[in-house]
Design a protein around this ligand. Structure first.
Ligand code: GCW
Length: 812
């Protein structure tokens, strides 16, 4: 099996057996997109069938594949039955017989649709589907299908977990944009038609005249794939770039400035998609500076873009991050609705409000944002996150499509008929001219785009669901797995199951019952940090104290958030009797002893779900190991490494959350697991040479709240094994900070069994829940009296710190 880097993602075009295709490829129109379609078809067929297609521009005598727009195909093959019209980007795939010839048709209203159809036909070949009876029409659910990339011009990426920017470096657009072009090709293959390249926390330079030639190059790289470039802008640009004395959206000078700016940019990039704007949010300036509304702000820019066919996407993510946490009526979840609902109908037709799926911020479990159902006369886009900011940052497996499906299918009862989210945001429910789907993606320079080979499924799934939200998660992950790893039934079965379970598993060992992520809210949003959300203005409160946990968002006694839903939804959440367990703590504050619908108490559920989830995460590497030899070794090893890391970090999560809640509630785990770890030996209780004991903050992120660190060139921590002899799995819990690369050895009876360097890129330079990491050696033979020794050698600021050693009977 060839080594693979993951660069080709789902477009690998590896040989398929038994497929046949006509030998000739006819393309009827000529344009940059038609050329891409032709080249892609040739490339795909060459890879999968090992055949070179003969390229023609008129109908040959023999069998052929025919690519063209509706009018051109009608002229070439007038007898073929085709739809009268096709929506924008929609395509038909059809196998027909014309005068004894077999013809595979790919027809669309526009050339981009032909390109989409080409990718779809190649996908069918790769999946081994029958092409002979093909007759299907595919129409995208909505016109806006974009990614947002939070790339900074210096090359860093906000909340990016796969290397530096593929667009920028050192304040400029990269000289070599091949990778940007390859990304656009991936996007096109799943029907994505737009990409906002720079961070929503926008650098004003992006719309300066000096920068424009650089944007032109990016647009050029995207254009062959029908991906519209768009850019995030800063609302004070009229002042900062234009040197006006104001950026008041109602000031005619400001309107004129935006108009001139749009004209200037569109002269250089006529197919620019538009602008994206984050205003009055997290320190960004906005219309509130002048007492104006979000609609005023959106419209002044939308009007400048309108003559060019551009759109203005306005982030609905507006909230006060200096809220008084002491006031139990304050609630960040209310913010989007409170800010935007009353502006419904005031936004221009080429403006859209982009709404995150939940009212907080990309948490592992949130209810649907009530704002989505409140705007009936305003265009919307729904914002998802492919980059796993709060869901494990691509070091943990977390396939998000099952969550997205729940969101898309949720009925907001926004009218007197069913109005699932997908119908509203696509614009269908309220007959809006525009609507769509956006995913914050943040691909980077890692060869496989997203860091974790299995995380790439989230990008694929986003594109597929943005095109057709009725596809099931099972269908999509099945396709992705076959395209990415081949069709061996065991491979497909194992990977699809792990993917489909992974979100639930991640939720189980991180955030229970809708309480939120319980992660470090102020910093990296990665490892556990249970109290970080409390007693500050960010508003991600779970309000756990010694008696109970959860945010009271009821109308009756709480923040009133629930009242932002229409009555059928509001009554579901308002009543404890009907509120689903998985959102209980999002909606209600309850005592730890409160009994769930499942019959368990809240506190016992917290313990059990964390133990169950961590247990399942332990099984992921073992399940993956059954694939050895069935997929290429390179990706096999890369994924195995991540799954093993995840298994270890899931235990960090489990212990942190369980210990914290046990201490807070004073209620013990009915199963006696929490705080009792057979086989665990705290480093601080081993015999230490050079190591000194130190407290860890937050305390719950280290076993016993303590660790040992080494202030010398080398330190050791030793114990004598005194249990029953046999084979053991030995795990060392250590801290892998990002300010050094300490070395460790683990030896038994003087024999080194493991040697490693703490050089993972984890988001902290401290001992905490982000850096706590596990190293395991399996099946070690231990006899009573054996000396177990861990040697640490600090490097840089990393002091070879240790938390504990754990010995488990092998394979347990
Ligand atoms: O989720 C939060 C992130 C910020 C981000 C913000 C947003 C780009 O932590 O990093 O800023 O959301 O969506 O604007």
């Amino acid at each position: 099996m060839n080594a693979e880097t993951g660069y080709d993602a789902w477009l690998r075009y590896v040989p398929v057996h038994g497929a046949t295709l006509p030998p000739t490829l006819v393309t009827l129109d000529d344009s940059v997109l038609m050329r891409s379609a032709r080249e892609e078809m040739s490339r795909g067929v060459l890879g999968m069938l090992r055949k070179s297609l003969r390229a023609e521009t008129t109908m040959p005598n023999g069998d052929c594949i025919l690519l063209g727009t509706l009018p051109a195909v009608r002229r070439a093959v007038p007898d073929v039955e085709l739809p009268e019209t096709l929506g924008e980007d929609a395509y038909v795939l059809k196998a027909v017989r014309i005068g004894g010839r077999s013809v595979l048709l790919v027809v669309s209203s526009n050339d981009r649709g032909v390109l989409y159809g080409t990718f779809a036909l190649l996908r069918k070949v790769a999946l081994g589907e029958d092409l002979q009876r093909m007759d299907e029409t595919h129409t995208p659910l909505a016109p806006i299908r974009w990614t947002n990339e939070w790339d900074n011009l210096d090359g860093s990426i906000e909340r990016g977990y796969a290397g530096r920017s593929i667009f920028f470096e050192g304040g400029n657009v990269l000289a070599d944009l091949r990778r940007a072009g390859d990304y656009a090709r991936l996007l096109a293959s799943i029907g994505i038609d737009g990409c906002t390249v720079n961070n929503v926390n926008a650098n004003v330079r992006v719309i300066t005249p000096e920068f424009l030639p650089q944007l032109v190059r990016l647009a050029d790289a995207f254009r062959p794939w029908g991906v519209h470039l768009s850019i995030a802008v800063d609302f004070s640009s009229p002042k900062l770039v234009g040197h006006l004395d104001t950026f008041d959206p109602l000031d005619p000078k400001v309107a004129e400035w935006w108009k001139q700016k749009a004209d200037e940019i569109y002269r250089a990039i006529p197919d620019l998609g538009g602008f994206l704007l984050k205003a009055d949010s997290e320190g960004r300036v906005g219309p509130s500076t002048y007492g104006r509304t979000h609609a005023d702000a959106a419209n002044v820019i939308a009007r400048a873009l309108k003559p060019h066919g551009g759109v203005l996407v306005y982030r609905g993510f507006v909230y006060d991050h200096h809220m008084d946490w002491r006031n139990l009526k304050n609630d960040r979840a209310r913010a989007a609705y409170d800010n935007f609902a009353r502006l419904d109908g005031q936004f221009d037709d080429n403006a859209l409000v982009q709404i995150k799926y939940g009212p907080i911020d990309f948490q592992v479990r949130e209810p649907v944002s009530p704002l989505i159902g409140a705007l009936h006369a305003t265009n919307e886009t729904l914002e998802f996150q492919v980059t796993q900011e709060y869901t494990g940052q691509q070091r943990h497996l977390c396939f998000l499509l099952p969550m997205w499906k729940e969101i898309l299918d949720f009925d907001l009862h926004a009218a007197d008929r069913p109005t699932p989210v997908k119908e509203i945001v696509s614009g269908k429910a309220f007959h809006r001219p525009l609507g769509g789907f956006v995913a914050v993606t943040n691909v980077g320079r890692d060869p496989n785009w997203l860091g974790h080979d299995l995380a790439v499924a989230n990008l694929y799934a986003f594109g597929r669901i943005a095109w057709n939200a009725d596809l099931t998660a099972k269908q999509i992950i099945d396709e992705w797995t076959r395209l990415t790893f081949g069709s061996d039934p065991h491979v497909v079965d194992a990977i699809t199951k792990m993917q489909l379970e992974s979100w639930r598993v991640y939720e189980e060992y991180t955030g229970p019952l809708g309480a939120g992520g319980l992660t470090d809210i102020i910093g990296a949003h990665y490892g556990p940090g249970i109290e970080s959300s409390e007693r500050n203005g960010w508003g991600q409160w779970h309000r756990a104290d010694e008696k109970g946990v959860g945010m009271d968002r009821t109308v009756a006694t709480g923040t009133g958030f629930i009242g932002q839903y229409t009555p059928p939804v509001a009554s579901l959440y308002e009543s404890l009797a009907t509120c689903p367990d998985n959102l209980l703590l999002f909606m209600h504050h309850v005592p730890y002893t409160y009994a769930l619908h499942s019959g368990k108490t809240v506190i016992q559920h917290i313990y059990d779900s964390h133990y169950d989830g961590a247990e399942e995460a332990q099984r992921f590497p073992r399940r993956w190991q059954t694939l050895r030899g069935k997929i290429d070794e390179e990706r096999y090893q890369a994924v195995l490494g991540r799954l093993e890391y995840q298994a270890g970090h899931a235990i960090v999560w489990r212990d942190a959350v369980c210990n914290w809640f046990e201490k807070a509630s004073h209620i013990q785990d009915a199963q006696g697991r929490v705080g009792h770890h057979p086989g665990r030996i705290e480093a601080e209780s081993m015999s230490l040479d050079g190591y000194t004991v130190t407290g860890v903050q937050p305390w719950e992120t280290a076993s016993g709240g303590k660790a040992v660190t080494c202030q010398a060139a080398q330190c050791t921590s030793v114990m004598r094994f005194n249990e029953q002899g046999g084979r053991y799995d030995m795990s060392v819990e250590y801290f892998d900070q990002n300010n050094g690369a300490a070395h460790y050895d683990l030896s038994v009876g003087g024999k080194v069994l493991g040697r490693w360097t703490a050089d993972r890129a984890l988001p902290t330079n401290k001992l905490d829940g982000h850096s706590s990491t596990r190293y395991t050696v399996t099946g070690v033979k231990l006899a009573p009296g054996d000396e177990i020794r861990i040697t640490g050698r600090p490097q840089g600021g990393e002091l070879a710190s240790l938390d504990y050693l754990e010995l488990q009977p092998a394979g347990k």
